[in-house]
Write a protein that binds this ligand. Structure first.
Ligand code: MN
Length: 129
C-alpha cells in the first residue's frame, strides 16, 4: 500500500488518466469533482497528497488551496496543482495560495507518476520504489 491520493478534478478524462497511471503504480485514488467536495474528502481521509486542478467550477483551485491550508490537520499534506496555465504569474499565484508544486497539463504519461512522487516527503519516497 503506497497510500491514498486525493484528486480534485472536474474533467472526467483527465481524472481517469491520472487515476489509471497512479493506480498502476500502487496508489489508491479517491476523487472529487469540485472544490467543496474535495475539501470535505481531504478532512475525512487525510490523503498522502492532494492533486488539485486549477480550473474548477464555482470554487477555483486557488481558493481550494487557500481553504485547505486553513486546516492545521492538513498542513503537512502536499498540494500539487495540475494546471494548463503556463504563465509564470499563475505558477507564483498557486504556490502563494499554498500549493507545494505544480504539474502542467497535458499530462505526460511517461513522467507523471515520477513528478507526483517528487513532491511527496523525502522519507516516504523510498517506500514507493
Ligand atoms: Mn478543470
Amino acid at each position: 500500500m503506497n497510500g491514498t491520493l486525493l484528486v480534485i478534478e472536474d474533467n472526467e478524462q483527465n481524472f481517469y488518466m491520472m487515476r489509471f497511471l497512479l493506480e498502476k503504480h500502487g496508489f489508491t485514488i479517491i476523487g472529487a469533482e469540485n472544490g467543496r467536495l474535495g475539501i470535505e474528502m481531504a478532512l475525512r481521509h487525510k490523503p498522502r497528497a492532494i492533486l488539485l486542478d486549477i480550473q474548477l467550477p464555482e470554487m477555483d483551485g486557488y481558493a481550494v488551496a487557500a481553504e485547505l491550508k486553513k486546516h492545521d490537520e492538513l498542513a503537512d499534506i502536499p498540494i500539487i496543482a495540475v494546471t494548463s496555465y503556463a504563465m509564470v504569474g499563475d505558477r507564483e499565484q498557486i504556490l502563494t495560495a499554498g500549493a507545494t508544486g505544480y504539474i502542467e497539463k497535458p499530462i505526460n504519461p511517461e513522467t507523471f507518476v515520477d513528478e507526483i512522487i517528487h513532491y511527496l516527503p523525502d522519507k516516504e519516497r523510498g517506500e514507493i520504489r
